[in-house]
Write a protein that binds this ligand. Structure first.
Ligand code: NAD
Ligand code: 3PG
Length: 411
């Protein structure tokens, strides 16, 4: 039996990188030998997207590109997706899993950038700087201490105390703020911060409320007219999480009535598809609203780190099958496969598949040099290292096991 030449040559492995991901991603891929890179500065939608990715093995994107079930259906060669950001709500993770596509992200690389922006906005809003700045640009001179406050001693209410919320907490305490937070999970408070049981209690106690929750069904419109009414008169509201979490018309009404003294919003329910499209929002009417074009994580440091981190995860998965930190896939950390051929088998989690896999090796008298397995509710991922001479026959038979989603060999 001779070894089959079935491990795909790196030059044939196609990466489509969308939304202008940082050059560090391209550098990481090319230095690992992956040169077939289709790089685009913007997002794609509809047919343009499906046409572009139909022969891609890897897709890289940021928060704009929507990877729907239809995209996974059409991108038949797709092995993995890299979200060069924190959020993964733009990807249908369920569909990705069903098609055997591992999804990776950068869970911490822009955390600090968002946290710094939130603190900066809190200080500016407490001083009424956005209105004063807008006034100066119009030739007005609004010199006054009325409605202008130090941040020291104020209460910051954080909704969501994950990576970003807890970073904001640390920075806020270093400026002398009191920090309270609510989260659906019990969290270890940083410093002197304290978790309080309900959102309503947090809204009633906070001078500034800042949201740091993911976009999920439970957070859709979680802040609306009722919640704004529960906030203190003159309070400040900040959202740099996801646009779907806040009812923007209700926020505009709370600013219009003067119930809130200011807001900073970085994310919107509908965001322009590109930098050439108009930004439409009722909040444009308010000088005391800091409006930013979803740039919470857009710093040089964050983008460079994200490029490196996510591209490294894609390289690792492509080179040796490691899925550590994937957001939708069974996680397996694999050693390098020095003198062996590595078979990667992704299958539906159904009874009998593991038996069928092992039978192939026993019936063909193939010695297993290493075997790794991880399973989640829907998908199983089995990795088997065998001597080179046996990989072709094993690959062929593994692919024929009913319930197989994907199978490839690496050497
Ligand atoms: N504006 C930007 O550019 C930017 C940049 C990075 C991240 N984000 C967004 O910020 C959000 C938070 O990021 P992270 O890294 O801190 O995520 P994370 O997963 O570390 O933390 C989210 C926290 O929210 C909590 N949570 C979930 N549902 C909740 C609910 N209903 N009520 C209260 N708490 C709830 C979770 O338990 C978790 O602790 C994400 O939506 C992410 O997409 C935006
Ligand atoms: O999820 C994230 O990390 C942020 O929303 C940033 O997304 P972006 O890469 O599109 O700026």
């Amino acid at each position: 039996m001779s070894a089959a030449k079935k491990s795909l040559d790196k030059s044939k492995i196609k990466f489509v990188l969308l939304e202008g991901v940082h050059q560090s991603a391209v550098d990481t891929l090319t230095s690992a030998g992956y040169t077939n890179i289709d790089y685009l500065p913007s997002a794609l939608t509809g047919d343009e997207l499906t046409e572009r990715v139909k022969d891609a093995h890897f897709i890289g994107l940021r928060s704009r590109t929507q990877l729907t079930r239809e995209v996974f259906e059409k991108a038949e060669k797709l092995i993995a997706v890299g979200c060069f950001c924190i959020g993964t709500n733009q990807v249908d993770l369920q569909a990705a899993q069903e098609y055997g596509v591992a999804v990776f992200n950068a869970p911490y690389s822009n955390t600090r950038s968002v946290a710094e922006l939130v603190i900066a906005e809190a200080i500016l809003l407490l001083r009424g700087i956005p209105e004063k700045n807008a006034g100066c640009h119009r030739g007005e001179w609004l010199k006054s201490a009325a409605g202008s406050f130090e941040i020291r001693g104020k209460t910051l209410g954080l909704v969501g105390y994950g990576s970003i919320g807890s970073q904001v907490s640390v920075l806020a305490e270093s400026l002398g703020m009191r920090v309270i937070f609510c989260d659906v999970v019990n969290k270890l408070p940083m410093g002197n911060a304290s978790q309080i049981p309900t959102l309503d209690a947090l809204l009633a106690k906070s001078d500034i409320v800042s949201l740091h929750v993911p976009e999920i069904a439970a957070t859709k419109n979680m802040i609306g007219a009722e919640q704004f009414a529960k906030m203190k008169k003159g309070a400040i509201f900040i959202n740099a999480s996801r646009g779907t979490v806040v009812d923007i018309d209700a926020l505009a009404a709370a600013l219009e009535s003067g119930h809130l003294s200011g807001t900073a919003i970085d994310v919107f329910p509908v965001e322009p598809k590109s930098n050439n499209d108009e930004f439409i929002s009722p909040l444009r009417a308010f000088d005391n609203a800091i409006l930013t074009p979803h740039i919470g994580g857009s710093t040089a440091e964050a983008q460079e780190n994200i490029g490196l981190e996510v591209a490294s995860k894609l390289v690792k998965y492509s080179d040796n099958g490691t899925t550590t930190s994937s957001v939708n896939f069974p996680e397996v950390a694999l050693p390098s496969q020095n003198d062996v051929h590595r078979l990667l088998h992704v299958h539906r989690n159904e009874p009998g598949i593991l038996v069928a896999i092992n039978q192939i090796f026993s019936q063909n008298n193939i010695n297993i040099c290493g075997q790794y397995l991880q399973t989640n509710e829907k998908v199983g991922y089995v990795v088997v290292d065998v001597e080179a001479a046996y990989s072709e026959v094993a690959l062929e038979q593994l692919r024929n096991i009913p319930g197989t989603i994907r199978c490839r060999v690496l050497f």
